[in-house]
Design a protein around this ligand. Structure first.
Ligand SMILES: O=S(=O)([O-])[S-]
Length: 136
């Protein structure tokens, strides 16, 4: 018998979007370079290699999020102990909505996520570091 998914991704995203602050790319752009803001890139390493990076963003693969945020975890990262605003982004804005909701549920604050993610960021002409050219 097939599995019955009782709470699908749309419901999870709707819950997350209702709970966390969403920034447009334009709003996010206006925060670049500020000392009190940490942009958190949730994409996988291969996506960064392929698509490029947001300058100055802290890279936290989505799979490590909870373990890097919790100071009691052996994998805790000091950046998540700072008194700053955390702005999450991914490729398209879905992982970042769920991640920002989880981070907020864990007590991290303030948090927000970027609508449309890195794809929208690039499309809007926001600054990014292009991927390094392939060797060979
Ligand atoms: O990056 S994503 O929005 O496709 S999950």
């Amino acid at each position: 018998m097939p599995q019955t998914i009782t709470k699908g991704y749309k419901a999870l995203l709707a819950e997350a979007e209702a709970a966390v602050k969403t920034l447009s790319v334009e709003e996010a752009k206006s925060l670049v370079g500020r000392d009190d803001i940490v942009f958190v890139d949730l994409r996988d390493p291969r996506e960064l290699e392929r698509e490029g990076r947001m300058p100055g963003a802290f890279h936290c693969p989505r799979g490590m999020l909870e373990f890097w945020i919790d100071p009691e975890s052996p994998y805790a990262k000091p950046v998540f102990q700072e008194d700053k605003q955390f702005v999450f982004f991914c490729a398209g804005g879905w992982r970042s909505a769920l991640a920002a909701k989880t981070a907020q549920d864990m007590g991290l604050k303030p948090v927000a996520h970027v609508e449309g993610g890195f794809s929208a960021w690039k499309k809007a002409g926001a600054p990014f570091d292009a991927p390094a050219p392939k060797q060979g």
